[in-house]
Design a protein around this ligand. Structure first.
Ligand SMILES: [Zn+2]
Length: 252
């Protein structure tokens, strides 16, 4: 059994960008762990940060439970994720807790500052997690650096509007209903996304994106990923090998 950690900034990011893949991996019998670096406590116009965090943590937990995944929140405040010492130690502690073989995280380029900060923090924390002299909390030091992958940015583009091209895709057609149910667990986000992001239907927007990626891979519904292969991170295609026939290549 392989342990997979999906770690992103806010509750509902993982569902939108990788929920189908997490559902597939869980259905294949792997251990899936989900971490959000924040509780998304700024994501409301109706409740204060503490209430919002409580609501959104419970929603993330309900979503993770649908695929039998563990959920933890690193409890860094929303819009306060930075590439600094306290955040890196906190994220490293989460990675040590999860003890993953594979980590999937935010795209280095994305629309939200927390997403971009999480990406660099997770990249560096994957390295730091196996460094014995780097103190974090009670979680054991990792034996080695896990395999690291980036999810797509929201909308598949960087801040300049340039398309981000995935290395490979996952055909999530068989697990799309689960992906929808996971996103639906984030009930509080319907009104927030409508107001702040001008997206009247959160589910329809997620479906449109998953269909868009599907077209890139010649299947109805897909999610895209890139592997981080820089020294000294593992370069073997560990995640790709788990996906079987659901691993899909870009249509030329
Ligand atoms: Zn987010």
């Amino acid at each position: 059994m392989t342990t997979i950690l999906a770690i992103h900034a806010h509750p509902d990011d993982i569902e939108t960008l990788g929920g189908g893949t997490m559902a597939l991996l869980a259905a294949l019998g792997h251990r899936v762990r989900i971490v959000t670096v924040t509780a998304g406590d700024c994501g409301s116009n109706e409740t204060d940060p503490a209430q919002t965090a409580r609501i959104r943590r419970a929603e993330a937990e309900a979503s993770a439970a649908l695929i039998g995944a563990d959920y933890r929140c690193a409890d860094i405040p929303d819009l306060s994720v930075f590439n600094d010492d306290p955040c890196r130690r906190r994220v490293t502690e989460m990675i040590r807790w999860a003890a993953p073989d594979i980590v999937l995280t935010a795209s280095p380029a994305d629309y939200h500052p927390d997403h971009e900060a999480v990406s660099v923090l997770v990249r560096d924390a994957c390295f730091a997690a196996s460094v014995p002299n780097y103190a974090t909390g009670d979680a054991p030091i990792l034996a080695g650096i896990p395999h690291l992958y980036f999810m797509d940015p929201i909308g598949g583009r960087d801040r300049e509007g340039v398309r981000v091209v995935p290395d490979f895709g996952v055909d999530v057609g068989d697990h799309f209903a689960t992906k929808q149910a996971m996103l639906a667990a984030h009930k509080s986000q319907d009104s927030w996304v409508s107001k702040q992001h001008d997206i009247s239907d959160h589910q329809a927007s997620m479906e449109a994106w998953t269909r868009r990626r599907g077209r890139d891979f010649g299947v109805p519904l897909a999610e895209g990923f890139r592997q981080y292969r820089h020294h000294p991170y593992p370069r073997t295609a560990l995640l790709q090998a788990l996906l079987g026939e659901q691993l899909v290549a870009l249509v030329p």
